[in-house]
Ligand binder design. Structure first.
Ligand code: UN1
Length: 496
């Protein structure tokens, strides 16, 4: 099944049938491939090839670079079904979400194509007569991408589509849990790039490896930007190492995303939004809804309605019409159980959270999503557990709700459900949510690619994807040109 998909995506069988690192599907625990893990030396060699590719690629006009991405987007359109299904096999996503992830790739390609004609600089009024100032954007250099299992292809594409139109080659270290989808993206890319005469070899490379490979990418002085998605723990290691060599990082780390549910909220809408954002992707999005901050007047009703909705959610094989697929692996399941234990110890009342389908899939980790009513935002609530646990806490007044939203170390996404325009505006104001994403009447997950994506505090501060996130992938240059016959100095200084 998986081999047939890889074949249709053009992946050389030797890449997934040799080596000593086994890849298992979270759907049923079956082995779906073996890959070879590379170490420091191979990563350094890949970076060397990328540095060489940069010399040529930076000279190709940006709209031509965009044309390559347009063609890649076309290839993704043609192979959307296969790649989506492969994402399901390797990451456990349901059909709709596997396809949605590939659509997100197609969308960012479209965005990047437009961007390739809009890498706009500025003209600036000079204080000196006969002078002209401007700001220009130039290609930056090799971009290293480190991605996580939960968005095994989309996060790479956000980085790569932008990096390439900005004139930079990419070296990608995917999660060791999802190397096959990475090989498929790479195979499609190579097929498109080989017919594109301006594309030098090695514009995009994949290095599959463990910690040592990641470290080599992070520490290599030729890597100008490291874009890393993963845990806050990982970010704490990456950020200082990249900073120590004065390179750039874009960090997308943990989230602990809340919804404030106000007395005026449309509860029908809220139930649907909560279901998608708390239960979807089996709670394994960085934008997953993890905290429901409900006004005391609606709390009991929403909990009751959610329990009814959760009881009906179909859990099972993600390619067979269910809504909740498996957790990625046993460690993830164990982490979830530990969190539920801790929640009980901190006074929580747990609904759901049990292992499911153990008989049919003894080697896989399906769970019923959990709702946990908590007496307050205790330690476990402030911690991101990458599993479907929704903590519910109450509030009395709106200022308290905003304070609770902000009282966690992470700052990725947030939302309010209200029909009161004052609450909606306050939530999105300077004294409202402290997150990178703050929504009204939609859940915290499932962002479109057009906006900048990322968050504050322990989320890492990076921005990827839309808006002007491209600027992180280029170097800014300020130019002053004197077209006069004089040499006036700035600040009116005389020097003679
Ligand atoms: C992630 O979980 O790492 O907003 C990314 C969303 C998706 C991306 C999530 N567009 O949920």
């Amino acid at each position: 099944m998986v081999a047939a998909l890889l074949d249709r995506l053009g992946v050389d069988p030797s890449l997934y049938s040799q080596g000593d690192h086994a890849v298992h599907s979270p759907i049923d625990g079956s082995r779906i491939g073996t890959v070879r893990l590379v170490g420091k030396v191979e990563v350094e060699q890949a970076v060397g090839r990328a540095a060489e590719a940069f010399q040529a690629w930076r000279k190709v006009p940006a709209p031509r670079r965009g044309e390559l991405i347009r063609l890649y987007g076309e290839a993704l359109r043609q192979h959307k079904a296969e790649l989506g299904e492969l994402v399901s096999w390797e990451a456990g996503k349901i059909t709709q979400e596997g396809l949605g992830e590939v659509q997100e790739m197609i969308d960012i390609c479209d965005f990047a194509v437009g961007l390739s004609r809009q890498l706009y600089g500025l003209t600036i009024a000079s204080e000196r007569p006969g002078h002209h100032m401007r700001e220009t954007w130039h290609p930056l250099g090799v971009v290293g991408v480190i991605s996580a299992f939960n968005f095994p292809v989309a996060v790479w594409s956000w980085n790569t589509a932008l990096a390439l139109v900005c004139g930079n080659p990419v070296v990608w270290k995917p999660s060791e849990k999802t190397p096959l989808t990475a090989l498929a993206c790479q195979a499609l890319f190579e097929r498109v790039a080989k017919d594109f005469s301006e594309a030098p070899a090695h514009l995009s490379q994949v290095v599959i490896g463990a910690r040592e490979a990641g470290e080599a990418l992070v520490d290599d002085p030729r890597v100008a930007l490291v874009s890393a998605t993963g845990s806050t723990r990982m970010g704490r290691e990456v950020a200082p190492r990249v900073a120590a060599r004065f390179a750039r990082s874009v960090l997308e780390l943990g989230g602990n995303n809340a919804m404030i549910l106000t007395p005026s909220a449309d509860l029908d809408l809220a139930v649907r939004a909560i279901l998608f954002s708390a239960v979807g992707t089996a709670g394994q999005r960085c934008t997953t809804l993890r905290r429901l901050i409900a006004h005391e007047s609606v709390k009991a009703e929403i909990v009751e309605r959610l329990k009814a909705a959760y009881s009906k959610v179909r859990i099972g094989h993600p390619l067979q019409g269910n809504l909740v697929g498996p957790l990625i692996d046993r460690q993830s399941f164990e982490g979830m159980q530990r969190a539920l234990e801790q929640a009980r110890a901190e006074g929580g009342v747990v609904f759901g959270g049990e292992r499911q389908l153990q008989d049919r899939f003894p080697e896989a980790w399906y769970v019923s999503p959990a709702i946990v009513e908590m007496p307050g935002q205790s330690a476990v609530v402030c911690h991101e557990t990458f599993a479907p646990i929704l903590y519910v806490v109450g509030y009395q007044d709106f200022a308290e709700a905003i304070a609770l939203n902000n009282a966690v170390p992470q700052g990725l996404s947030s939302c309010v459900f209200t029909t009161d325009v004052r609450e909606a505006e306050l939530f999105q104001s300077a004294v409202g949510s402290d997150c990178g994403i703050a929504n009204v009447n939609i859940g915290p997950s499932g962002a479109e690619i057009g906006g900048a994506f990322g968050g504050e505090k322990e989320t890492g501060g990076g921005r990827e994807s839309g808006s002007d996130a491209w600027k992180a992938y280029m170097r800014r240059q300020t130019n002053t040109v004197n077209y006069s016959h004089e040499l006036p100095l700035a600040q009116g200084i005389t020097f003679d």
